[in-house]
Design a protein around this ligand. Structure first.
Ligand SMILES: NC(=O)c1ccc[n+]([C@@H]2O[C@H](COP(=O)([O-])OP(=O)(O)OC[C@H]3O[C@@H](n4cnc5c(N)ncnc54)[C@H](O)[C@@H]3O)[C@@H](O)[C@H]2O)c1
Length: 392
């Protein structure tokens, strides 16, 4: 029987209540949430009541210096991370940190140094890496890459040696978001950083995780770093990721769609609930359960059509969008990422998304912003990627 951990929650706003609290409460290795810390007393109190936290405070040092606390969960606005992580690390607490881990290189440097000096575990909540649908998509793509299969009817004009472009994989991320739902702090240049730093870092991280044996070498971005953009990330081996983000869509249709195109095959994921595989003989679509399903009586077939039926049933019985978001939730990997973090402490293994990955997403996000400002593609410098932090 392994030790059970005591948690301190710092930042008790919407996301802490939607995911951190529930995921701590359901993890069998968590003994209790001792602290609810927020500069807003109301938010701290609400969180404490909801998840049974023993104490509330507005000072994060009450939490990071408490000898009983083992794990700190951070869900503050983005600019607040560095002093909290430095103090947590100094006092030997492991850290589960909301994304983005840092807003710029200097913040990242300080965090990496603090984490490695104190030898604590840090996990960034780029949880899409751990979502069952995303893991299945990667698995199917890798299987095809290793052993390409052809549909018998595939048209081949004349067999030829592969050209370089035909040896690469293309990863497309299409995001259609609804800007009316945004908390404006996320668009504040110094507290949120806009939606490349706040959101695109999710998909930049995902692209690096997908092409994990390849290294990004060039980035080209266009549009507005605040909330409407495209990003093209090229890798040394020829692979590429393209992210298209619009804030002008509708949540009546799912927000995210992913496509991986490779060697005559297409691997497609719709909103974490359905994977479709095309171009390989005998492959069937896969469907995935929701993290929370408040309409189990409809859309029982699952997948995209099932999700759309559940959505329709849910929104027709309420006008409370927050209730819809909290109660009908496709599985983006939040529970799996948190559980993986706790397991990494128990087993002494790497966390699902460590401080280097957190830094790299921030690096790419900032290069994308620079690319927009300069209106040109930029290199991803090798020394920025292969990052060296000298410990004192
Ligand atoms: N991983 C995901 O899928 C996902 C989804 C949504 C939000 N997030 C992230 O979660 C974090 C919180 O977002 P949110 O939507 O809950 O925002 P929010 O504004 O609702 O909550 C942030 C809370 O942090 C508090 N806070 C700010 N500075 C503080 C400090 N120094 N000490 C203590 N409390 C402080 C605020 O008072 C507020 O209650 C952000 O990093 C956001 O990017 C992640």
């Amino acid at each position: 029987m392994s030790k059970k951990f005591v948690v301190g929650q710092i930042g008790c706003g919407a996301f802490a209540r939607a995911q951190h609290g529930p995921n701590c409460c359901r993890n069998e290795h968590i003994a209790k949430i001792k602290w609810a810390c927020d500069v807003s007393k109301d938010n701290a109190r609400t969180y404490a009541q909801q998840f049974g936290a023993e104490k509330t405070t507005s000072s994060f040092e009450d939490v990071t210096t408490d000898p009983e606390v083992d794990v700190i969960c951070i869900a503050t606005s983005h600019e607040a991370h560095v002093p909290i992580i430095e103090s947590a690390a100094k006092h030997g607490k492991h850290v589960f940190c909301e994304k983005p881990m840092a807003m710029d290189e200097l913040q990242s440097y300080k965090i990496i140094r603090a984490v490695r000096t104190s030898k604590i575990k840090l996990c960034v909540d780029y949880m899409r890496r751990t979502a069952p649908a995303m893991l299945a998509l990667k698995r199917e793509w890798l299987a095809h890459k290793a052993n390409p299969q052809r549909q018998p009817w595939r048209y081949i004009e004349k067999p030829h040696e592969k050209l370089i472009e035909e040896t690469a994989t293309d990863f497309l991320v299409r995001v259609q978001d609804e800007s009316s739902s945004y908390r404006m702090v996320h668009l504040d240049p110094f507290r949120g950083g806009g939606l490349i730093i706040g959101e695109a870092t999710h998909w930049l991280d995902l692209a690096c995780w997908l092409f994990d044996d390849d290294r990004p070498v060039q980035i080209l971005a266009w549009g507005s770093a605040r909330m409407r953009y495209g990003i093209h990330l090229s890798f040394q081996g020829g692979n590429a990721a393209t992210i298209i983000f619009t804030p002008n869509g509708s949540f009546d249709y799912p927000k995210e769609m992913f496509e991986i195109a490779c060697d005559g095959a297409l691997f497609r994921m719709e909103h974490w609930v359905e994977n479709q595989y095309y171009g390989r003989p005998g492959t069937e679509k896969e469907v995935f359960s929701l993290q929370r399903d408040c309409a189990p009586e409809v859309g029982k077939q699952g997948g995209l059509s099932g999700y759309l039926e559940k959505h329709k049933a849910t929104v027709s019985s309420t006008t409370n969008a927050k209730k819809v978001w909290n109660d009908l939730v496709p599985n983006h990997g939040w529970e799996e990422n948190f559980d993986g973090f706790i397991d990494s402490i128990i087993n002494g293994s790497p966390t699902p998304c460590d401080e280097l990955a957190g830094y790299r997403a921030t690096l790419l996000g900032n290069l994308a912003i620079k690319s927009i400002e300069l209106n040109k593609p930029l290199p991803v410098p090798v020394d920025k990627w292969d990052y060296h932090v000298e410990l004192q």
